[in-house]
Design a protein around this ligand. Structure first.
Ligand code: PGA
Ligand code: ZN
Length: 430
């Protein structure tokens, strides 16, 4: 039985140069004679965070990293969490996570910080996988009893190639315009299609004299007029790369960011909740859009329900800021018929077990779960393993540039190779 023998954290920087928490866990397993096992993990951080998310503890000392240092959270790992977890068995993740939840004692982890707790939660999973001498995805599948037959599904990537909203100065109201290579046969073919569309997009932007600098998630951030124009450019890029019909489109509107006093202001127009549904329907008629995330603001349940009623039969409708990977809010979405898919982000809720509970509830409802990165990322590839281990079928992890995004795709290539003939790649869209 592996026992936690050492636990520590440090402050590192994320892809925006902002401090974040990295934790390391050492397991001792004298009984098996296998010696020690080591696991390291780093937590990501959002920019357009939902107000119902677990609290990311930051020091607030303006003299250091403009108030964004995380020394308190690091200290909480090194003192409170290490003090209580060292010597405990690491064989059951739920027990470890519950211990940390109880130690924190708040609803939103504001005492110790979700960044402190999550870093430990993930590092323990990694160390356990190392002690079992198996890949993290397989260890997660075993730990949470995911039923895997012979075939293991690789996730369809949602790749954010045009950045707007809070992620770039492009002027685009919607935050993410994604390409979805769902019509390919394997993950590696899908990745290649995504990359080739990305090159075609760059050529096209250059031709029309747009800037080709990239935003926070590695997608381009050109000053295009509106969503219609953005989709038109993307459709042409897909065509130019030879993937019409095979590569679809998706958006994350992150609508809380353009909602104020009961009105939505997007693409230089003002909308009520109902008018916004019509606007999306109009765009979906013109372009091959398969998924719309956060169509409305995080507490506009009525707007979401209307959207689901009008478009839910044919379109994946995803709750992100609305649901914040929280089973209570997902339950509310079930009873209000608000969406038909859930975005899953580890740091919205703050432990691996609670994240898995959100995924399992989503899957029980026969809704799609999409594992997601944050706009501030690190080299950590935990989410690639989570997507495979929990068999979610979709992952959203940015564009085809910048290693903080590409490392997740590269890890999926390695998993695909490890699986050989057992790897499958299935479109979740009709
Ligand atoms: P965030 O954006 O990480 O900045 O919150 C990602 C998203 O909204 O999906
Ligand atoms: Zn989102």
């Amino acid at each position: 039985m592996p026992v936690i023998s050492n636990l520590k954290a440090r402050q590192i920087l994320d892809s925006r140069g902002t401090p974040t928490v990295e934790a390391e866990c050492v397991l001792d397993d004298p009984s098996s004679g296998s010696g020690q096992a080591f696991g390291r993990a780093a937590v990501p951080s959002g920019a357009s965070t939902g107000s119902h998310e677990a609290l990311e503890l930051r020091d607030g000392d303006k003299k250091k990293y403009m108030g964004k240092s995380v020394e308190k959270a690091v200290n909480n790992v090194n003192t409170v969490l290490a003090g209580s977890l060292v010597g405990k068995s690491a064989s059951d993740q739920r027990t470890i996570d519950q211990l940390m939840i109880d130690l924190d004692g708040t609803e939103n982890k504001s005492n110790l910080g979700s960044n402190a707790i999550l870093a430990v939660s993930m590092a323990v999973c990694r160390a356990r996988a190392a002690s079992e001498k198996q890949s993290l995805w397989k260890s997660l599948a075993d730990q949470f009893e995911v039923n895997m037959e012979k075939e293991v599904r690789l996730p369809v990537p949602l790749m954010n190639v045009l950045n707007g909203g809070a992620h770039a100065d492009s002027g685009l109201s919607f935050q993410e315009f994604m390409i979805v290579p769902a019509g390919l046969r394997t993950f590696s073919e899908a990745l290649r299609a995504g990359a080739e569309v990305f090159y075609a997009l760059k050529d096209m932007l250059k031709k029309f004299q747009y800037v080709t600098a990239v935003g926070d998630e590695g997608g381009f951030a050109p000053h295009v007029a509106d969503a219609d124009h953005a989709f038109s450019i993307l459709t042409h890029a897909i065509e130019a790369a030879g993937y019409s019909g095979k590569v679809k489109l998706a958006i994350d509107c992150a609508a809380s960011e353009f909602y104020k006093n009961g009105k939505y202001t997007a693409d230089s127009k003002s909308f009520t909740s109902a008018q916004l549904v019509d606007y999306y329907a109009h765009l979906a008629e013109k372009y091959p859009i398969v998924s719309i995330e956060d169509s409305h603001a995080e507490d506009d349940w009525g707007g979401f329900a209307l959207m689901q009623k009008q478009m839910g039969k044919t379109m994946q409708l995803v709750g992100d800021d609305l649901l914040v990977t929280n089973t209570k809010r997902i339950q509310t979405a079930v009873s209000r018929k608000a969406v038909n898919a859930v975005l899953i982000k580890l740091n919205q809720i703050g432990t691996v077990s609670e994240t898995v509970d959100a995924i399992l509830l989503t899957q029980k409802m026969k809704w799609n779960a999409i594992i997601s990165h944050r706009s501030g990322e690190t080299e950590d590839t935990f989410i690639s393993h989570l997507a495979v281990g929990l068999q979610t079928g979709q992952i959203k992890t940015g564009s085809l540039s910048r290693t903080d995004r590409i490392c997740k795709y590269n890890e999926l290539l390695r998993i695909e190779e490890e699986l050989g003939d057992h790897a499958t790649f299935v479109s979740p869209f009709k």
